[in-house]
Each structure stands twice: as structure tokens, then as C-alpha cells.
Ligand binder design. Structure first.
Ligand code: ADP
Ligand code: MG
Length: 696
């Protein structure tokens, strides 16, 4: 291992490099642009571009790319080399300010949900100077936002940057009222914990479902799953360890603060967590983490599965989004403070989060919805589809005492006056942490635990930033015009608690009682992507996004379309894949097996009718019955795929895929899983769960 502090960030055009390589004035101008989120003037951009190019070439780069995040949820890049011809037939290496700040990928094939056809055919990419450029695979990568010519966002980064501006603006209004005039910028910070599976590459290549869908579409349960709980935090096996070491090193070079790694609950499952950073950079880094996991696994003859549910019967993978709000002066606004005054401020921000989560449960649910995550939510391994907030007993008691005007400490019986009473210190210990809550307060941040492992963290954080900005905006409106600041502050906190306490739940979110209880409380339980997505275009949500300039109405509708389309496509591909594997893989194996069995029976009978063939005959019977079932289920699934085309709207098509195609797939699967346990090993054409899960 090389010297870590020396390799850390050595492939990043970061502040240190900028300071070394840019003229002082240019460096200052660039820093100002970053701090104030202004456009960079072209003269400055030209100097920055040249410095960047020289640095990149010294590091072995030959190409550059605008690195962006279209609505596919993964990253996109189109590489251009630095070469430029000169008169004498030679080339020089060039990279201009114009090329740095703006690119025009021919982007007509990315999802746009109809935006590009109604507006402009092509999109452009624009440099995001708040996220450093870096070198990956001999290419200088410039993080960019991706928009249409008429300015509509076509990516995941643009709304995230807009939501950061919204929460910056509204938080600063509040902080100003509290007298923090020195705060120039408020950001949200995120540390996403990434779960993934590692399996052997050779076996992976024998499973078309893993190749096309990222998950197994069938597979009987192996004799051993995760019941012994012997994988979680177990010592890391040598092949996995070698992979992790290389992954850490490559991430460090890219300035990613990879920190914690361990085995997870399911066999073959692992987790990597970085140290938190600004949400925009955290989102970029999480994309890099996912990408490098895949490429480095490949080098080790492994495959990294990022799907939310690669295997039925064992845990799936998620991404815990640890989220907080911070000032540029280093204050975590979700950290209870030392003084009564700080605590009043903390309680106000806390109230804003509680109000926001209650009022926009639907948006939070949608922000983590995809076909893969539908397998996890509510399946006793991940939080249910019902959103609620965990505060812990101590904080809940404080909140209740505020609501009811009673003393916090029952012995003291003193009233807890906001802004006058010091809050007790909340122990930040992890022992009694509630692991079942979808949205848990963990001492100085919230942990949103519903995210799927494969998706960008952008959507969830756009929603979090925006809904909290909205709550803060309403509070600021009241406080700015209040005569008696302290009375108004108390009123706001009290009212928010009274009105939104239904969202607080400290019990077991996996239990059946909670499902019933939450229904009584009137909380939403949107069980699938298809049930959730229609809420995206409600008037309430359109108003929210428009007010804070996150999405225009056209952008909202385009995203609604893309979410439904993506759902339909995913299920469609899965259905075609399971049919193909069944028809061309499983059926021939059944036929071979039956042929051999019948041959044996025939031969036995030929020798003597007295020889017992009970075993073979009963197997022939069982397998024949199951194949008849298989045949029926294939037909049913085939027909439903055809019928799906006849639905009259996008939403109804998505519903049909959920309610009919998906269910038919599950039914076909259960027959296949049953057959797998009856058919001889040498006949079965695909690696089993046992082989896949214990392959490394
Ligand atoms: P755990 O016990 O779950 O490991 P940690 O406190 O170690 O909890 O943090 C888990 C994740 O939360 C890490 O990625 C960490 O960097 C992140 N985190 C810690 N503090 C903050 C914060 N203020 N804002 C955002 N993320 C944070
Ligand atoms: Mg966690």
C-alpha cells in the first residue's frame, strides 16, 4: 500500500492543485464563482482549462469528457481527445475554456419524458465547478449538469443543485432571525452507506437474468441462507478483501472518503460507507463508488450486483442516506446545542423536518421508488413503504412536554420554556438505535433508510432539501413579521408538533400492528412504485417544486413519464428474460431428464417386469405434472405481455405490468423453483442459489 495521505485525491483537480497551478487572481475568481454559484467568465475559464489540461496530461490523460447524470440514474460520458491538428501535419494538445464550461453531447437517446420533442432536440452540458474535475481511465472528467436548450433539466444533478439553493436561502432567513449574520452559506451534508453483493464472474455469466436484469428471476432456496447470522461483520474473505483494498485505493485517489467496510447480513453481501460531505459531492461520489465497484470487481473475476433484490429469500440491498444541515461556519443545525438559545434553534429546525416529512410523505416515498426497491420495502428486511420518523424516547419526551406545557423532567415539574431551558444531552450511543424506522434521528442527523442500492441518491435528497426548505420558508414568513419573536417561536414549534406528531413512531416498523396503527393515523402506505408515482403530479407537489424553482411543470410531467416508463420497461425485460430462460434452458433440461428416466424404466421392464421402477415412475409423474403447470404459466405470461400493449394510458400500462405481468412472473417462478428441486443437478442449466451465494 502506498502512502495514503499522498495518494488521497491525487487524481483530483482540487483546491490544493488549483492554488498551485492557477494565477492568484484566477484562483480567486474561480473560488468566488464556486461560492456564489455564478457563471465563470470566458477569460478565466480559458486559463483554468489550460491549467487543468496540463495537469491532466502530466497524469497520463489523453481525453476529456463532460461527466453527467442523465435520467437513466447512471452516469454518462463521451470522450474527446485533446488532440488538435496543426499545419505541419502534427497535433497539439488543446482544451479551451469553452470546452470546459459547455458541451453538446448528441443526447437525443437519453430519457426526457417528452421534453425534448416539445422543446429542443438537443441537450447541452454545463460545468458544475462545485464538484472537482478528476481523472478516471486516462480521461479528464468534468462534472456537469445536463439541460435542454430551453433550460429544462434533463438530469439528476440540476435539481439537486437547485434544491441546495432553496435550502440555503430559507435556512439563512431563519439564521438571520437568530442573529447569525456571518453565515454565508448553508448546505446539506450526506453520507450514504452503500450495500452490494459480490459473486463469482464465471457463474454470473451463466445466468442471463443476472446479465439482463441484475437480479435472479428464479432459484430455489439453498439449504442455508442467512439464518445463522454468521456472515454479518464476519472476517472478510481473501478475494473480497483484495477487491476492497483496491477499491479503497482507487476511491481515495479520486478524493472519495471511503471509510467503513464490512460484511452484511446476507451471504455474499457487503457494505461500504464514506465519510459525509456536501450532498452534491456525495451524489457524485456515490456514482463513482458504484461504478468503481463494478469495474474493480471485474478485475478480480467477480461481479458486483447493485440491484435491490438480487436473490429472493435473503436480504436485499439498500443505501442509508445520512442527512444533515450545516453552515459554512461549521455548525450542524440538527445538533442539539449547549445553550438554551441554540436549542430553541435546534427545535425549530427539528420541527421543520417533522412537518416536512409528514406533509410530503408521498414525495419521499416516490423519491426512492423503483421496481427493484418494491421487493424490499415492507418485506421485513427494510423499512415498510409507510413513512414515519423515529426520534427516540428522550427527544419524544421533550417534544411532548412542549406540546402539553408540562415539565420535561417529571420530577422537576418545571415548565419547559423554549429558549430558556437547556435541553438535556442526547446520548449518541448506538445501542438502542431503532433499525426498523425509515427515517431515524441519530443524534445530529437523520438517516433516511429507504433508498435502493442501485439508484442515484439525488432524487431522495432533492426531495429532502426542498420539503425542509418549504417548512423553513413558512416559519421564516411568520417569524420575520412577528411582534414577539419568542412567543411566535414557541407557537410555531408547538403547533408543528401538535399537527404533525402522527408521523413520529418509535416502535417496531416491521410489525403488523404498525401497519394498522399507521392507517388509523391516516399515514400513506403506497405499496408499490405504480401506486406511488401518480402522487408526483398532484397540485400540492407541483406548487412546492415551482415555488422553490426545483422543477417546472413541464419537468415534473416529464419525470412522471420517465418513472412509469422505466417501471414498465424493467418488468417487460424481466418477463421476456424469464420466458427465454424457461423455454430455451429449463424445458430442454426437463425433456432430457424425463428422457433418461423413461429410458431407465423401459430398460428395466425389458429385462423383467418384476424389477421395481417406483422411484423413476413417481419422478416421471411429478416432473410431468409440474411441466404441465409450467406450460400453463408460460402461456399465461406470454399472453399478458401481448395484452399489456392494449392498455389505454401509460399509467394503466404500468398498473397492468404490476398487477398482471409481474404476478404471472411470480407464479411461473414458483413452478420453476419447485422443478429445480426435482431435477438432477447435471440436467439443470443454471447455477443455483447455493452456488451463486457461496461462490466467493
Ligand atoms: P453508524 O453507527 O450508522 O455507522 P455513523 O455516525 O458512523 O453511524 O455514520 C454513518 C454515516 O453517517 C457515515 O457515512 C457518516 O459519515 C455519516 N454522517 C455522520 N455525521 C453526518 C452528518 N452531520 N451529516 C451527514 N452524514 C453524516
Ligand atoms: Mg446505517
Amino acid at each position: 500500500m502506498q502512502d495514503i495521505p499522498n495518494i488521497f485525491g491525487n487524481m483530483v483537480f482540487n483546491d490544493k492543485v488549483m492554488k498551485q497551478r492557477l494565477p492568484k487572481e484566477v484562483y480567486k475568481a474561480l473560488k468566488r464563482t464556486i461560492a456564489e454559484q455564478k457563471h465563470l467568465n470566458l477569460d478565466v475559464a480559458n486559463i483554468v482549462a489550460t491549467a487543468m489540461k496540463e495537469w491532466a496530461i502530466e497524469k497520463g490523460a489523453t481525453h476529456f469528457t463532460h461527466w453527467f447524470q442523465p435520467l437513466t440514474g447512471v452516469t454518462a460520458e463521451k470522450h474527446d481527445s485533446f488532440i488538435s491538428p496543426v499545419d505541419d501535419g502534427n497535433v497539439i494538445m488543446e482544451f479551451s475554456g469553452k470546452e470546459l464550461v459547455r458541451g453538446e453531447p448528441d443526447a437525443s437517446s437519453f430519457p426526457s419524458g417528452g421534453i425534448r420533442s416539445t422543446f429542443e432536440a438537443r441537450g447541452y452540458t454545463a460545468w458544475d465547478p462545485t464538484s472537482y474535475a478528476f481523472i478516471k481511465d486516462n480521461t479528464l472528467c468534468i462534472p456537469t449538469a445536463f439541460c435542454s436548450y430551453s433550460g429544462e433539466a434533463l438530469d439528476k444533478k440540476t435539481p439537486l443543485l437547485r434544491s441546495l439553493q432553496a435550502i440555503d436561502k430559507e435556512s439563512k432567513r431563519i439564521l438571520k432571525i437568530f442573529g447569525h449574520d456571518n453565515v454565508k452559506r448553508v448546505i446539506t451534508t450526506v453520507g450514504p452507506e452503500q450495500e452490494f453483493f459480490l459473486i463469482d464472474k464465471e457463474l454470473y455469466q451463466k445466468r442471463p437474468d443476472l446479465i439482463y436484469c441484475g437480479r435472479t428471476l428464479f432459484g430455489a432456496r439453498p439449504p442455508k441462507g442467512q439464518e445463522l447470522e454468521d456472515h454479518y461483520f464476519a472476517s472478510i474473505k481473501p478475494r473480497v478483501s483484495a477487491f476492497m483494498k483496491e477499491l479503497d485505493e482507487e476511491l481515495w485517489k479520486l478524493g472519495v472518503l471511503a471509510k467503513t467496510k464490512h460484511n452484511e447480513v446476507a451471504p455474499a453481501q457487503h457494505e461500504l460507507a464514506p465519510i459525509f460531505t456536501t450532498v452534491n459531492i456525495a451524489a457524485d461520489h456515490n456514482q463513482l463508488i458504484m461504478e468503481l465497484m463494478k469495474t474493480i470487481a471485474n478485475k478480480h473475476d467477480l461481479v458486483c450486483l447493485l440491484h435491490e433484490k438480487p436473490f429472493a429469500g435473503v436480504n436485499g440491498s439498500g443505501k442509508h442516506n445520512n442527512w444533515s444541515i450545516s453552515t459554512d461556519t461549521g455548525i450542524n443545525l440538527l445538533e442539539p446545542g449547549e445553550t438554551p438559545y441554540e436549542n430553541a434553534q435546534f427545535l425549530l429546525f427539528l420541527s421543520a423536518v417533522i412537518k416536512a416529512v409528514d406533509e410530503y410523505q408521498d414525495l419521499l416515498r416516490i423519491s426512492i421508488a423503483n421496481a427493484g426497491n418494491d421487493h424490499r420495502l415492507g418485506a421485513n428486511e427494510a423499512p415498510p413503504a409507510i413513512i414515519s420518523v423515529f426520534l427516540g424516547d428522550e427527544l419524544t419526551a421533550i417534544i411532548e412536554s412542549i406540546e402539553n406545557d408540562t415539565g420535561y423532567n417529571q420530577k422537576e415539574k418545571t415548565q419547559m420554556e423554549i429558549g430558556a431551558t437547556v435541553l438535556p444531552h442526547f446520548p449518541k450511543d448506538t445501542t438502542d438505535r431503532n433499525r426498523t424506522s425509515p427515517f431515524a434521528f441519530t443524534g445530529n442527523k437523520f438517516e433516511f433508510r429507504m433508498l435502493g442500492s442501485s439508484s442515484s441518491i439525488s432524487d431522495a435528497n432533492v426531495v429532502l432539501n426542498t420539503i425542509v426548505a418549504e417548512a423553513l420558508s413558512q416559519f421564516a414568513d411568520r417569524l420575520e413579521s412577528a411582534g414577539d419573536f419568542k412567543a411566535e417561536l414557541t407557537a410555531i414549534i408547538k403547533e408543528s408538533i401538535k399537527k404533525h406528531k402522527r408521523i413520529i413512531f418509535n416502535g417496531n416498523n416491521y410489525s403488523e400492528e404498525w401497519v394498522k396503527e399507521s392507517e388509523k393515523r391516516g399515514l400513506l402506505n403506497l405499496k408499490s412504485t405504480v401506486e406511488a408515482v401518480p402522487y408526483f403530479i398532484s397540485e400540492k407537489n407541483i406548487n412546492l417544486f415551482s415555488k422553490h424553482n426545483i422543477f417546472s411543470e413541464a419537468e415534473i410531467h416529464s419525470r412522471y413519464h420517465i418513472m412509469l416508463e422505466e417501471y414498465i420497461k424493467v418488468i417487460h425485460i424481466e418477463a421476456l428474460t424469464i420466458l427465454d430462460m424457461t423455454k430455451r434452458g429449463i424445458i430442454p433440461s426437463i425433456v432430457d431428464y424425463l428422457k433418461d428416466l423413461t429410458e431407465v424404466v423401459k430398460n428395466k421392464k425389458a429385462i423383467s417386469s418384476a424389477i421395481n421402477s417406483q422411484l423413476e415412475e413417481s419422478l416421471i409423474n411429478v416432473v410431468s405434472d409440474l411441466s404441465a403447470c409450467l406450460y400453463k404459466n408460460i402461456e399465461k405470461l406470454d399472453n399478458s405481455i401481448l395484452e399489456a400493449k392494449n392498455q389505454d394510458s401509460l399509467l394503466n400500462t404500468a398498473k397492468y405490468y404490476r398487477e398482471v405481468v409481474f404476478i404471472n412472473m411470480q407464479e411461473l417462478r414458483s413452478v420453476i423453483d419447485n422443478l429445480e428441486t426435482k431435477i438432477g443437478k447435471k440436467y439443470w442449466p443454471f447455477p443455483t442459489y447455493g452456488e451463486l451465494l457461496y461462490s466467493v
